[in-house]
Each structure stands twice: as C-alpha cells, then as structure tokens.
Design a protein around this ligand. Structure first.
Ligand code: GLY
Ligand code: MN
Ligand code: MN
Length: 433
C-alpha cells in the first residue's frame, strides 16, 4: 500500500469508511475531451492515473483498500487507450482487491453497512453524490431495520488537505524539479523576447521548453501580458503584440509528476526598464524580498498578508499613488485599487493547494508557517491605464514578482532562484544576446 494511504488510514476514526473518487474526463467540445488530469486527492492517496475509478477504504476490513476501476476491454482500449483493469489495480497499484466500477453502485449497501462514519466529499462528483444519497434515503425509509448505515458524513479533505499541506522530502524534490524547469523557461523568455513579437509566441516558447524538459504541461493557463494587459490579473488571451517600451508580465509554471510551480516575472520587452517602470518595480521587489524573509516558522499566513499590505501601502505613498496616513489608508482599504489579491497561497499538486488557512481549533486563528509547507510569495502593483488620480507616467503599468518557497525549521528555501528578479540582472541577461 502507498505510504500516503497508510498515513490516511492511521488518521481515520475507528469504525469509519472512506469513499474517494477519481476524476472523470471532461468534454471540450462535441466529442473531444480536455486532456485528462487526475483528481489531486485521489492521485495523492492512490497514485492511480485513470479516470472513473473509486477507492473505498475500510480500515477494519482484512482487505482495507478496494479500487473500483474501468475493466479491461479490447475494443475500448483500441479506440481510447490502455487500461490497467482489475488485475493491474492489484498488481501495479497495490489495491487489496479490485472490481469493475460498474459494480460499485450495487456494492454500496454492503460496503457502508456497519460503519458509524463515512468520509466523503459532497459536491465534487454529482453522479456519485446521487448514488450515496439514494442509498441513505432508502435506509431511512426502512427505518434502519435492515442495515446499519453511517450516521455521520464528514469531509475527508480535512485530513488529506493537512497531509498535502506538509510536504515530504520526496514531494519537495518533485516541486524543486517543477520550479527549476519553470524558472529556466522564464529565463528563455527573457532571452528571446523582442519588440514586435506576439504574446502567443512567448507562450509557445515557454510551454515548449517545459514539455521538452519532462513537464506534463502547464500547471495553470499561462498569463503572458504585455503593456496594459499586465494590469489584468487573469489575462490569458495572450494574443497581442509586444511593443517597444512596454513591460511584459509572465505568470507561468510547469506541472511535473503531478506537482506545480507558479512563477511570475515582469521585464521590459526591449531589455531596458524606463525610469517610471523601474520606480514601480523597485517598490514591488522590496516588498517581495521582505515577504520572502517573513515566510518562516513563528509567523502566520494572515500576518504575512497584513505585512504585505502595510509595505505596499507605504510604497504607494512613495510613488504618489496614495496620500494620507498609512494607518487610515489601510483601514479604508485604499490599497485595494492597486493591490487586490493575496500575497501568496499554498502550492503543491494544485496551484492553489489543499490545506486550511486557519487552525483547526479556533476558526479565527491564522495558520503558522511550519517546515514542509510550500507557499508562493507574489506581491504586485497594478495601475489602471485610465486612472486619473495616478501620476501619468505610471498609468498602465502592472508588476508582479512571484517565487515559490518551502518553509524550513529556521526560515525557507527559495525554489525559484534560477530566474533573476533583480532588475539589473534581468537587463544584463536580456542584453547578453
Ligand atoms: N498563477 C496563479 C497565481 O499566481 O495564483
Ligand atoms: Mn502565479
Ligand atoms: Mn500564485
């Protein structure tokens, strides 16, 4: 049995059972599908890469781990690809037993019978929700005369999320690999970008590099925003031309063996920051460096957000974007006009990774940084092009700088140092060609 699954079982309550579904294929249009991506929780626990499977985990059974899978089928495999089938699930994925997924609904009553608690996450797989609800409501109608179904249903992601939040050394190594490939792709973009190119050309350079170096693809849709497009936080059209004198904001990260990187750099299309661009850049970089430093045991996620707000509000005052007392500006949330997102998030199998941001006991107490957590650090400033109250030289400038760090006992290790963020180093790299 996979190590992650063993640890999950240790955390399950006595007398409980868990049902963890795989993802399904998703239609892109008509009869074509998006490239399949396994559900992260399911992948974490089972390592099983195929769609439509269901894992059932029953710790008190002699065979605690059952994997329902798509059965072998010569015709289906000829058309749509290889399947492990029930034999492969046992042999290659160490299930204690396996059955065709078509049998799952019929097996459900006997699987659930005799358990106090069911770990199941509703509202992810609607069809499976219906199967489970149908069974439970049927038992109610019979006034529980024939079976003992679970009377408590609880979300397994409370346990799995906490496990995923604290990365093992093996996971950190995979994340370092994802980060390194991504950082090198950003370096390539810095070297190759020239005025007159289109955003999609930079996108294709970056993504080709990732694939070519072993990534399965991108961890999220790349943001390649030239000029004013950098002020649109989730700009993914990536189809405008890059002009001399503009900045280019690239937010792109690879997925490597199921783990994400998430890097942002903002550099001048022509290789030289203007004075105004540099002024805004220096403010963001200073905040980013301080927030990287802040990401260490003893500090909290919420404390870091407040710290970034305070520093950026000071920076906005320095640039003449805001006027007034810092305390009042923060209270009024005046910074929201130019800095409207979080300073970072957990990173792992999902780009916005699993794990709670509050401690279990008191919902209002923010999580403390602890060794093994991986987080992004990504402050930014975005000055709307039509913002009459901003000095005109800054209008339309958008800057974000984003690194990925793993928290250690004494501080953190930055996984994304292979791509420069110091503006002099970026200019030197771009002008070496
Ligand atoms: N690329 C998504 C994010 O930075 O959160
Ligand atoms: Mn990002
Ligand atoms: Mn991010």
């Amino acid at each position: 049995m996979r190590e992650q699954l063993k640890r999950f079982i240790e955390k399950m309550e006595p007398g409980s059972i868990a049902i963890i579904p795989a993802a399904h294929e998703a239609t892109r249009s008509y009869d074509t599908e998006y490239k399949f991506r396994q559900d992260s929780d399911f992948m974490y626990l089972t390592g099983f890469p195929e769609p439509d499977a269901v894992a059932v985990i029953d710790p008190k059974s002699k065979k605690p781990y059952t994997l329902y899978v798509r059965p072998r089928n010569l015709e289906m495999e000829t058309w749509f690809g290889r399947r492990e089938g029930v034999d492969g699930a046992v042999r290659n994925y160490k299930a204690d037993r396996s059955a065709p997924v078509e049998k799952f609904a019929a097996d459900l009553p006997k699987l659930l019978d005799g358990h106090d608690k069911l770990y199941y996450r509703f509202a992810v797989d609607k069809a499976l929700d219906q199967q489970i609800l149908k069974y439970l409501s049927g038992q109610r109608v019979r006034r529980l005369k024939t079976a003992y179904p679970p009377h408590t249903i609880t979300d397994p992601t409370v346990i799995i999320g906490d496990m995923r939040l604290h990365k093992t050394q093996d996971e950190v190594e995979l994340m370092q690999k994802a980060a390194t490939i991504s950082a090198e792709a950003h370096v390539l973009a810095m070297k190759k970008t020239k005025p007159g190119m289109n955003e999609f050309q930079v996108e294709s350079l970056i993504e080709a590099y990732m694939r070519d170096n072993g990534a399965s693809g991108v961890a999220y849709n790349s943001i390649i925003g030239g000029g004013e497009n950098a002020t649109i936080l989730h700009y993914v059209e990536n189809n405008r031309s890059l002009n001399d004198g503009d900045l280019l904001l690239i937010d792109a990260g690879a997925e490597y063996q199921g783990y994400a990187a998430d890097i942002t750099r903002t550099f001048p299309v022509n290789g030289r920051y203007t004075q105004a661009q540099r002024e805004v850049y220096d403010v963001v970089l200073d905040v980013q460096l301080k927030c990287v430093e802040y990401t260490k045991p003893g500090n909290t996620v919420k404390g870091r957000q407040e710290y970034s707000i305070e520093l950026l509000t000071e920076g906005m005052k320095k640039l003449g974007l805001l006027k007034g007392k810092t305390k009042d500006l923060i209270k009024k949330k005046a910074y929201m006009k130019y800095y409207m997102h979080g300073v970072g998030h957990y990173l792992g199998m999902d780009v916005h990774d699993a794990g709670r941001y509050f401690d279990d006991q008191a919902a209002k107490s923010s999580r403390k940084f602890a060794p093994g957590m991986v987080l992004t650090v990504e402050p930014g400033l975005y000055i709307p092009p039509d913002d009459k109250s901003a000095p005109s030289k800054y209008r339309g400038i958008g800057i974000r700088i984003e690194d990925d760090v793993v928290v250690t006992e004494t501080g953190n290790i930055n996984l994304t140092t292979k791509v420069p963020k110091d503006p002099d180093q970026i200019e030197a790299l771009m002008n070496k060609r």
